[in-house]
Design a protein around this ligand. Structure first.
Ligand SMILES: Nc1nc2c(ncn2[C@@H]2O[C@H](COP(=O)(O)OP(=O)(O)O)[C@@H](O)[C@H]2O)c(=O)[nH]1
Ligand SMILES: [Mg+2]
Ligand SMILES: [Zn+2]
Length: 295
């Protein structure tokens, strides 16, 4: 029996599919003593396993480069935060929550705005500007018109790229455009389960050139369980340098006088939608903190 190292590319039915450097895939179970850690083992993790022929046995998890709560994955090189401009309508709060999570995890993030064929040019330009101005790479796409696909391909080449975003925005369709061999199920096709609903059930890494891509289940809401209220300002990258200039240390940027963030908002240097998301998230986290204190 020999020990090997590989990456978990899929977790399904109690089995972990582990791919080695040589691109051999082993179906693995977890060694008894590791079972308590089972729920902390996620797609993207590097593990050690005993190669027992047909079935392997995972014996250890190797240290992670990073860890993302939503979608649940480890060792990600880039998150492609994917939204539709319309159908479903663009949701600033959900976008900003997802960006906060990737910022907290310190994972490089690209924004894909899909379905530009359905949007007015001014909507496309407005949404793009909000996020470009704060330093994100924003790609406008249409899978119908074949636009933006090459730019997206270049941004993820050779990396472990994870597509995250709500249901129905076109994540699976985009992946099918990037790699015609994939044939992933896409939204409105299945009338039985309804429009764009949970067509993709599991986060799974699929080989893509020298890297990997992962389609992930969509979601309707993100609850910010793992985010500490004190680090929220650091998850809004345009707030971080300003926060140091606020009059009061520990300024929450909501009601304090002499707040540099609110000054920037007033001067049009911060997008109102971003500030609104910040306030909503701050209040959500405050309620959560209160609840935890009472426990
Ligand atoms: N008009 C338009 N529809 C799209 C585009 N990309 C995907 N769709 C449609 O949007 C629906 C949801 O797509 P799907 O890839 O399943 O979304 P997912 O839930 O994010 O994986 C499907 O009916 C797609 O055909 C696009 O660029 N333009
Ligand atoms: Mg999908
Ligand atoms: Zn402030």
């Amino acid at each position: 029996m020999t020990n090997q190292v590989g990456r978990i590319i899929k977790n399904y039915n109690g089995y972990y599919y582990v791919e080695t450097k040589e691109k051999t895939i082993f179906t693995c179970k977890i060694k008894g003593k590791l079972k308590q850690e089972r729920f902390s083992m996620v797609t993207g993790d590097f593990v050690e396993f005993e190669d027992g022929g047909t079935e392997g046995m995972i014996t250890a998890i190797l240290p992670r480069k990073n860890f993302l709560q939503r979608p649940l994955m480890a060792n990600v090189d880039v998150v492609v935060v994917t939204f539709a401009m319309v159908d479903p309508d663009f949701n600033s709060l959900l976008m900003d929550k997802l960006l906060a999570l990737t910022a907290m995890a310190k994972i490089s993030t690209v924004i894909a705005l899909n379905k530009m064929d359905l949007a007015t040019p001014s909507l496309a330009a407005d949404l793009t500007k909000i996020y470009q101005d704060i330093g994100y790479q924003v790609i406008n796409l249409s899978t119908v018109q074949g636009k933006g696909i090459e730019e997206l391909r270049q941004s993820i080449a050779g990396k472990v790229a994870v597509f995250a975003g709500p249901s129905g925005v076109g994540k699976s369709t985009l992946l099918n455009c990037l790699d015609e061999k994939l044939h992933l199920n896409t939204g409105y096709v299945s009338k039985k389960i309804g429009r764009g609903r949970h067509t993709t059930k599991f986060a799974q890494l699929m080989p893509f050139g020298e890297g990997f891509i992962a389609d992930t289940p969509g979601f309707g809401n993100i609850n910010l369980e793992e985010l500490a209220i004190d680090s929220l300002e650091n998850c809004f990258r345009e707030f971080t340098p300003l926060a140091r200039q606020c009059k009061f240390t520990g300024c929450t940027h909501i009601h304090e006088p002499g707040c540099a963030v609110k000054a920037a908002l007033g001067a049009g240097k911060i997008a109102p939608s971003r500030y609104e998301s910040y306030v909503t998230m701050f209040k959500e986290l405050a309620v959560k903190k209160e609840r935890n204190l009472k426990k």
